[in-house]
Design a protein around this ligand. Structure first.
Ligand SMILES: C[S@@+](CC[C@H](N)C(=O)[O-])C[C@H]1O[C@@H](n2cnc3c(N)ncnc32)[C@H](O)[C@@H]1O
Length: 219
């Protein structure tokens, strides 16, 4: 099955996440939690590490990363101002605000210097980018990672032989892109093509939809 394209503009994506930010944890966010946790376990942030989260959403993972990586510095970038407000509340509630720097912007062009981070975390975000842009996002991740730095990506998976649920999901994405904004991607393959060394991969399932958790290292 080919990778479905993304028709929605960045402005439309931003507007949509701004609108749903306050309610996100009650809907998509809570179903994604289990998969995010599997990703964080694989990322295993250690004290003193500098870590970036791309597409931090309501900030739940960011707060956990900040606690684990203290006294290292944690950065997060997300396109949505609404999500930033929610993440700020979450970081404050967890008492980790000072350890985290938030940026609002497009992950296709990261506002960080080369070789800045020990680790990058990205959950349910890479599959929102249009197909030609995914290598660009991964190249940006490689640029800002330190040599041998690691990345963990949690993403809806595109198996070699997609079953009914995966086909239905792609159909919904094509016909209702405002409601089903992501679509499955072969994350591990794309990460390897971007020049990373694959170090670990776990396939999980969300209502019959495969989800991949991929750990890779910058060469
Ligand atoms: C499906 S949510 C996932 C949020 C969080 N990572 C989680 O697992 O709950 C995708 C997030 O990516 C952000 N996002 C979408 N397009 C983006 C882009 N071009 N650059 C940075 N963030 C983006 C959205 O605002 C949203 O917070």
């Amino acid at each position: 099955m080919d990778i479905a394209r993304v028709a929605r503009s960045k402005a439309e994506a931003k507007a949509s996440y701004d609108k749903m930010a306050r309610y996100y944890n009650y809907f998509g966010g809570q179903f994604e939690r289990r998969f995010r946790q599997a990703g964080l376990k694989l990322l295993d942030p250690r004290p003193g590490e500098d870590v970036l989260e791309v597409g931090y959403g309501t900030g739940e993972a960011l707060a956990e990363i900040a606690s684990a990586a203290s006294p290292g510095h944690v950065c997060g970038i997300d396109i949505s101002d609404g999500m930033r407000e929610e993440a700020e509340k979450c970081l404050e509630a967890k008492g980790v605000t000072r350890a985290v720097s938030l940026a609002t912007g497009d992950a296709a062009s990261l506002p960080y210097r080369a070789d800045s981070f020990d680790a990058i975390f990205m959950s349910f975000t890479l599959e929102l980018f249009d197909t030609p842009e995914i290598p660009q996002v991964l190249a940006e991740c490689a640029r800002v990672l330190k040599p041998s730095g690691r990345i963990v990506v949690v993403a809806m998976a595109l198996p070699d032989h997609p079953k009914t649920m995966s086909r239905l999901y792609v159909w919904s994405h094509k016909h209702f892109p405002n409601y089903v904004d992501c679509r499955p991607i072969p994350a591990a393959e794309m990460i390897a093509e971007a020049g990373f060394n694959l170090e670990g991969e776990e396939r999980l399932s969300m209502w019959g939809l495969p989800v991949d958790v991929v750990l890779a290292k910058r060469t």
